[in-house]
Design a binder for this molecule. Sequence first.
Ligand SMILES: [Zn+2]
Length: 136
Amino acid sequence: MLIPHAFRLTQGQDLKQALLSYVQAQSIQAGSVLSCVGCLTAAKIRLADETKSLSLSGPLEILTLAGTLTPTHVHLHISVADQDGKVYGGHLMDGTQVSYTAEVCLASYANLAFNREYDSKTGFDELVVSAAASSQ
Ligand SMILES: [Zn+2]
């Protein structure tokens, strides 16, 4: 049921876009990020109040990356450390660029299908979990 995936991103790739591209190329219907370590030349992170974002310049180390993978969207939260060890974190946005490497391990779930639907209570497209078509 759980299918492991592992790959490496290289210099200049956009972390969020590269993960979405991988999910789509592999036709992953439901998945999550297990781990990601690497380094960045730039990071763009939306903060918890949903209105402000941080644009950080590298070098930055990726400390953690967590998230939910749906066929059309990747929802990712990241923490990074700068050259003084100071840590920043939040919601990963486009514009976060890998420098030398990013080692990514993912899991996909063959029994599940993840989607996003607008939730009027939150004003956001929220996760909807269902059984995979093949197991219904
Ligand atoms: Zn988020």
